[in-house]
Ligand binder design. Structure first.
Ligand SMILES: NC(=O)c1ccc[n+]([C@@H]2O[C@H](COP(=O)([O-])OP(=O)(O)OC[C@H]3O[C@@H](n4cnc5c(N)ncnc54)[C@H](O)[C@@H]3O)[C@@H](O)[C@H]2O)c1
Length: 414
């Protein structure tokens, strides 16, 4: 079976490699010519994706994968087309369909009756049928199957999660079932009634986590007023099978959770997603206020943030809480330094942030743990001579070892 994967990003390239590993003949399409060239040369453009380097090399050696900027040509010779380009937000925080519309235009020009097109991008409900289907026209088979994997462990997730698929009609389902049955090693293909159900399922997963973490954040703030350790209370609560509370922290970033609430139309009248966003975005300032309390004042102090990435071990800074922490620190007159082993100093500066000159370094008053990368686990805190307070923004460190390094430990809700 010949397949075209449109969008060779953090998810699209691993998908292309996965399909090739199952013996399918895959053409990956991207508008970025430099990226396409690198992929064809076996030079993987994505860091930190387990199994991707080897998988890409094997797929190229076996002649099962090639990349191109000519989406039309690839679609014309494919039986199945997977769309995996991002839908982000405009400056006004409305869904930005620019990439999706461009991809669909290129596909529409070459798709034939009987070609299967699957929308794997996360989209507002109704996009697959109303926007993509309308542009593709009659005869093209259509399904929504939003990708649910996480960067860094995509191949594992593809083998572990059921593949949720909502097809437009029986013919679309039958072709999608054949394609995914051949291309994946998923435990099962989970057919849902229609594309809208599949689209809503993906948004629901993300909204659930954002709301859940917001509740954990509110409980943490309350626990701080009580002098209770919220992590102990949450662990105890979760021994009851209906409680699945997540952990509080200094915020929720990334290209998914902060974005999805803006995919809900205003007339959908959902109140919790917007409230959760507001609560989660306020946690950075809350953490900084706790730090200020511990230090006495932040004015003219220097604070080192560990972790620019929105979550540990992933090189992705989109909507990272590090950016909110820097704003909150600067507003209180502090100098914020940002360190991340996954980003070069130039990449940190490109975001308007200041990296430390050396690492570890002295001359700082406080540390904020924002993303607790594995690389930080062996960090000797005594190397930060003179540092007085550590704000554990992820409740990930051991209080005793922080105090043994001569710093006061401050957690979120502890
Ligand atoms: N990254 C994740 O962890 C993750 C997890 C689950 C779902 N998703 C979803 O997957 C989708 C893609 O995300 P990503 O992280 O891979 O994005 P990305 O930014 O890493 O990559 C997107 C790629 O698409 C290419 N592209 C843009 N417009 C194009 C066009 N018209 N034709 C061909 N290629 C085009 C870009 O050049 C880029 O290489 C999004 O909808 C996202 O919500 C992402």
């Amino acid at each position: 079976m010949k397949v075209a994967v449109v969008g060779l990003g953090k998810v699209g390239l691993p998908l292309a490699v996965q399909y090739a590993s199952r013996g399918l003949s895959v053409t990956g399409c991207d508008i970025d010519a430099g990226r396409v060239e690198r992929i064809n040369a076996g030079d993987c453009p994505i860091d930190g994706e387990e199994g991707l380097d080897e998988g890409l090399r094997a797929a190229l050696e076996q002649g099962r994968l090639r990349a191109t900027i000519e989406t039309n040509e690839a679609v014309a010779e494919s039986e199945a087309v997977v769309i995996i380009v991002p839908v982000g937000l405009t400056a006004e925080r409305a869904p930005d369909f620019t990439h999706l519309d461009a991809a669909v235009d290129a596909i529409a020009a070459a798709a034939r009756p009987g070609t299967l097109v699957v929308v794997e991008s996360t989209v507002p409900v109704g996009t697959t049928r109303g926007r993509v289907g309308a542009a593709l026209g009659e005869g093209v088979l259509l399904a929504a199957s939003p990708e649910r994997v996480s960067s860094g462990r995509i191949f594992r997730d593809l083998r572990t999660y059921p593949k949720v698929i909502g097809a437009l009609d029986e013919a679309s389902w039958s072709k999608a079932e054949g394609f995914y049955g051949a291309a994946l090693e998923a435990p099962c293909l989970l057919r849902v009634r229609d594309p809208e159900t599949a689209e809503l399922a993906k948004l629901a997963e993300g909204l659930y986590r954002d709301v859940n973490i917001a509740l954990a954040g509110e409980l943490a703030r309350y626990a701080d007023t009580l002098g209770v350790d919220v992590t102990e209370a949450i662990a105890a609560a979760n021994t009851q099978p209906y409680s699945h509370l997540h952990q509080p922290g200094v915020g929720v970033g990334g290209h998914c959770l902060p974005v999805y609430p803006h995919f809900l139309p205003a007339d959908a009248s959902l109140r919790l997603p917007a409230a959760a966003r507001e609560i989660n975005d306020a946690m950075a300032a809350y953490g900084v206020a706790r730090l200020e309390e511990a230090l006495g004042s932040l004015r003219d102090s220097t604070v080192l943030i560990l972790g620019l990435a929105y979550r540990p071990n992933v090189k992705e800074a989109a909507h990272s809480s590090a950016l909110l922490l820097v704003d909150a620190l600067r507003q209180r007159g502090a100098r914020a330094l940002v360190h991340d082993p996954l980003f070069s100093d130039a990449e940190v500066r490109a975001l308007g942030l200041e990296p430390p000159e050396r690492f570890p370094c002295d001359g700082i008053d406080a540390i904020i743990v924002q993303a607790y990368h594995d690389a930080y686990r062996d960090l000797d805190l005594r190397a930060f001579a003179g540092c007085r307070v550590l704000l554990d923004g992820r409740n990930a460190l051991d209080r005793a070892s922080v105090e043994a390094a001569g710093m006061r430990y401050v957690g979120i809700g502890r």
